[in-house]
Design a protein. Structure first.
Length: 78
């Protein structure tokens, strides 16, 4: 199962893109409570834009993950 390092610390493991977004959302819950995956994705995209100008698409989970990888927020470990 693929594992990813999260920029700023931590790791998540998931076998699907949806599972990866769910794991990221769960990892952020103590600091960024949200009611849905869509809310999490929108919030993350907004924070990425403010943090370093990275555009993160939220139209699909696959685009969201691809942009997180391209922007360096996620780095594959295995």
């Amino acid at each position: 199962m693929p594992t990813y390092n999260i920029h700023g610390g931590g790791q998540v493991t998931a076998s699907t893109d949806l599972g990866l977004v769910q794991a990221l959302r769960e990892d952020a819950q103590p600091w960024l409570p949200s009611v849905s995956i869509e809310d999490y994705m929108e919030g993350m995209a907004h924070r990425s834009k403010i943090y370093d100008g990275t555009d993160v698409r939220t139209d699909t989970i696959a685009h969201f993950i691809a942009d997180l990888l391209a922007g360096g927020f996620l780095t594959p470990v295995s």
